[in-house]
Design a protein around this ligand. Sequence first.
Ligand SMILES: [Zn+2]
Ligand SMILES: [Zn+2]
Length: 229
Amino acid sequence: MFLTETHCHTAETSACASATGAQQAEQYKARGYDTIIVTDHFLNGNTTVDRNLPWERQVEDFCRGYENAKKRGDEIGLTVLFGIEYAWDGADFLIYGVDKKWLLDNPDCASIRPHTFCDRVHAAGGCVVHAHPFRGADYLHDMKFLPWHTDGVEVYNAGNREKVWNDRAKWYAEQYGFIATAGSDCHHLTDTDKFFGVLTENKIERIEDYVSAVLDKKIAGLCVPEQYR
Ligand SMILES: [Zn+2]
Ligand SMILES: [Zn+2]
């Protein structure tokens, strides 16, 4: 089995993260992961990117954390892939299967409706996984769902403080027949055991491999320490 991180952040691009892309690559390599997907907060979320810059510069800055992680990953033998954590007024969606060129080709994508954004992701061959759908926090006033635009649900999120938030996510996934995923939502260098991920029979070498694992329901297992299940 091969282990993939589906949800992590870098300090270069996510305003709430302290681990750089290179540090994340090293941390995950040391923990035995085969692949990580960097999902920094998008330009409509908690980003470090200056939204007043021209679109090309915003995209350049948004991709910096991923690119630094990939550079270090290439040096140490860790596969590093590109993803996005898209924000919709408190709801978060993990986007896989689009890249820097797609962002450059869609200069309005941080301001269009979430449904339209997801339609474009699907048209480009990507997929949408609802991140920690039932998380509670002071800054959250309601919950939003896109069941007709969702392919998977992050049932286990290591950043969820309360287990019942994961239980509810499991219920949501089961109700709609969505594939379940797990992710660490890791922002920092840490020595805790809060490292989650997905297991697959074949190594996730390209982002297309992960998109088809989600769409064809080929995730073989979830890596979640027993005490968090
Ligand atoms: Zn964050
Ligand atoms: Zn996140």
